[in-house]
Design a protein around this ligand. Sequence first.
Ligand code: ADP
Ligand code: MG
Ligand code: MG
Length: 906
Amino acid sequence: MKTSHKYVYFFGSGKADGNAKMKNLLGGKGANMAEMVKLGMPVPPGFTLTTEACIEFYKRKKKYPPGVKKEVETHMARVEKIMKQKLGDPQDPLLFSVRSGARASMPGMMETVLNIGLTTKTIPGLIKKTNNPRFVYDAYRRLIAMYSDVVMEKAAGIEPEEGSGIRARLEALIDKVKKKNGYETDLDLTAEDWKSLTVQFKKTVKKVLGKPFPDDPMKQLWGSIDAVFLSWFGKRAVSYRRIEKLPDDWGTAVNVQTMVFGNMGEDCATGVAFTRNPATGDNNFYGEWLINAQGEDVVAGIRTPFAINNVSKVATNQHLPILQKSMPRLYKQLDKFRRKLDTHYTDMQDIEFTIQDDILYMLQTRVGKRNGPAAIKMAVDMVKEGLISKKTAVSRVKPEQLDELLHPMIDIKAEKTATKLGAGLPAGPGGGVGKIVLTADKAEELGTKGEKVILVREETSPEDVHGMKPSQAILTSKGGMTSHAALVARGWGKCCIVGCSDITHVDLKKKTVTFRGKVLKEGDWISMNGTKGVVYEGKMPMVATGPEKNPSYKKLMAWADQIRRLKVRTNADTPEDARTAIALGAEGIGLARTEHMFFGDRIWAMREMIMADDIKGREKAVAKLLPMQRKDFYGIFKAMNGRPVTIRLLDPPLHEFVPHEKPMQKEMAARLGVSIKAVAAKVDFLSEFNPMLGHRGCRLGITYPEITAMQARAIFEAVVKCRKEKIKVLPEVMVPLVGTSEEFKDQKEIIDRMAKEVMKKARVKFKYMVGTMIEIPRAVLVSDQIAQEAEFFSFGTNDLTQMTFGYSRDDAGTFLPDYVGKKILKDDPFQAIDKEGVGQLMEFSVKLGRSTRKNLKIGICGEHGGEASSVAFCHQIGLDYVSCSPFRVPIARLAAAHAALADKKK
Ligand code: ADP
Ligand code: MG
Ligand code: MG
């Protein structure tokens, strides 16, 4: 006998086919509804069509696999039996919602259709039963609006221009009625108003979309189910998945569920809440609700949501009623569920609930989005509460989330005197400074070019996601803490203010934003304090904030440090940077660049050396640089106090040190006592077609050994000075841009000679290491030879990436965005290591290098050292350390801990 595949899972009335572990099959929403049922919570009954049904649907060219329709019918009958109601019954109609739910929560990406089953046949019966025509017509107009938008327009692939979609047109009709009658909110509309609006709605739908709104409940139901599946490959869902790097082949599930109504009267309500505060991490029940409203009202920002309790109050709802007072019994029940869910899932949950006729229903629970500081606090608190282990706590915080603690903020001093434009809800902390843009497209266009923009909207929707990402900050005039803008910004740790009611008008045609009479244009600068929720006029200075005062952060990072194997160093050229990095947890310097040390006043000695015709002249000029270099190195060694310091010898081509403008060349000639012609000739001589592949790195040291000698001497004399002052030092001298072992040998000889001389003269012995950068593919291939001489390797992955791909670092900006956009490359290889290509070279080099020298110390000092996925890769191939800019040190520490945890899982 053939057993057919199960595509539909039941939940409700104390029983469920699924559970929370089945997210891949049932989607997050479906799996968690099943789990809540199993925890004994009241969930309106329904069923879930699996993600497998979705995948099959696409495999079969948008046709359902056999058996699905039958299964749906069976499950519908089961729900109808429980509810003692029937879909389409003219006397007592059952209504359904159709809700999408993918594996990972994709806020707002997939759509929901509510009130399915309302038709000209069922409406009279429902009016009779509820004795509430206003409610029925209100529900009906919502159904028409959602269905025409989601099913008839979006799923049909119609892409109207911004502002002229069916939803906007229908909403304009409502606004007209409001204006005509002088109504303030939707609550003022009467049953008659809604009734006549539904007639107008249906006419408009037919006229604009060319098809009538279906008056058949089964058509409504299947149209909605189809639409959810179709929206998986809708433009917006695909774009979100691209940004979040989620695979296309997961598919989405569909939930068909009995409707419950929060908008049937004064003993009805609806709300959204978090089991802990998602902005601070505090262990308080935190949420918003509305009396006599349907769920979408809370999120859509049409009405100002109330707070569920006093701790949830914000500036805009101080005076509004709290659920705890208005419905104390139900609040208590909800609070019990909150605690149960929080401890059962051992993570902060984002829950949706609806109250119908004094009965509480749970509609959703999922792991809640939170910002970085909250993520850290919750993780650490949950360890203290005995809910999770330290390892779990460490794994809960994404390395990038630390960015928010290190995030710049607008200068508090400047804030005192700045012109305040308005205030709203602090939805995303940190500061944001940028030019106003009014559309997501514009934000994307300018933002991806590197311009600083702030997206200002009445409210955002999933259509805006592509423009929200490249914006510095997001500002909306409407919406609450759970609005789309707030959710998305929180997930990304972006500065965001929502519900800024001081914005009285956003004019998309004239491209202006009005703040209580003050008109600003697109392109004008504004500044935002997302932590307080205040908007200022103009471009304000930003300052970095430090995480040192955050005890939860410190604890979490200490746990991370216990777990990780990789060491984390920093790239720092000055004692100041070095100190900052140590405060952020750096264990050494992986790259001290020496070139910047030749600018400022010192450039003249450098230029004198460049102009010198013979070795004597060069030695004389170089001798002037020696004491300055020695001082630099001494300062860094002192700041690092015994931690290893890798110093790279001069790397950039000499033409970077000479002036290219005539007046400056004139000054140089005068100052050095040579002719302008001689200067010009020298500049000309130094200019190269491909400076990146030209006379730089160790090639300089080979042509001008006196430079290497001076730098080595300066390093070692600084070591001696430190030794005299009882400061510990561990110098590592690094030769850049080596391609052959002979190059390295040549330079090492000079360095060793200088060490000997300095030791002899000072009559002390000290330890030092000499190693090389691995940044030329040839060096990778002869790593075994190089390692015979070199005591350490450090991957210069910026150059290595440049030379492996053949992409000029300085020019790749013109085509890389297209490459990433067209998925020719998954990521920008200058940001995340290209594991397949460049990564393979690294792995090979590690193997070869260690085949000659077993204890070869290997690190990375390219920009990649502070990028989480690259850090994980460095862990996997057995590097000893990563090195990155000071503010990325904590990110690297946490990423290294994650990599170690992933290891143990295997
Ligand atoms: P999202 O993925 O955006 O969270 P949902 O499927 O949760 O979408 O639906 C959006 C809103 O619709 C919910 O917040 C809830 O208020 C309302 N809703 C969904 N299903 C039902 C239902 N069965 N009864 C009442 N309201 C519902
Ligand atoms: Mg949705
Ligand atoms: Mg929801």
